[in-house]
Design a protein around this ligand. Sequence first.
Ligand code: KMH
Ligand code: ZN
Length: 274
Amino acid sequence: MNKLIITCAISGAETSKKDNEYVPYTIQETVEEAYLAYLAGASIIHLHVRHDDGTPTQSKLRYQAVINGIKKKCPDVIIQPSTGGAVGMSRMTRLKPTELDIEMATLDCGTLNFGGDQIFINTENDIKYFANTLHERNIFPELECFEKGHIDMVLRLHKKGFIHKPMHFSFVLGVNGGMTGEERDFYFMKDSIPSDSTFSVAGIGKYEFPLAELSIKNGGHVRVGLEDNIYLEKGVLAKGNKELVEKVVSIAKRYGREIATPNEAREILGIRRK
Ligand code: KMH
Ligand code: ZN
């Protein structure tokens, strides 16, 4: 089987130090979490940044400072800034990190409820605008799909020329408002994408490791991290992102999947560096 690409979503915009003290806020904390996740086996760092008090921001300067710090410690790692940001941010705010010299970013492919009164809005026009911007800037999109309708949107926008091959999907399953991470939902998503695309799975909360294992068994890739799940196992908080990555590496070993280096990940996904 192909090698396994592990993405680590080190901080996100929703979890906080109140949930798990290892959620990084400062530049130094964020760089350190990324570095430790990389040493543990992550080849992609999915990146959100925060102000020192934990407030999420899409500030270009803040992203640049964190990216510089990460690149100093692990120059080859793939850094994938979020264009999702936090619920309620505008299109232009969310796109700020794409003004930097980056090779990959997320592209969220549909709207969904995000718990309580929160709605994560990605209209068809938003998705077209984001897709065009990433394409013009030669930034490889990871297609975030929270449910099957989002895959259908990607396929429609591919036919219309907004989204291009090679296509790499991320199934983000288990969000309160999206699809669950049950096994049948995983297979529904996996069987709905074109056979020449690649996919990774991000299971939220309790779905993180069961979905990681399913994806590993089925030739897919895996995302873990404190953005998605704060527990190493039921009732045991993870002592940082590295423990979550290490757990995926140990599952991969059981199935004989080797771990991809960042350059091998670029090769598998078809990312062309500028
Ligand atoms: N924080 C969520 C509202 C992404 O990074 O592209 C959106 C999110 C998706 O995390
Ligand atoms: Zn994110």
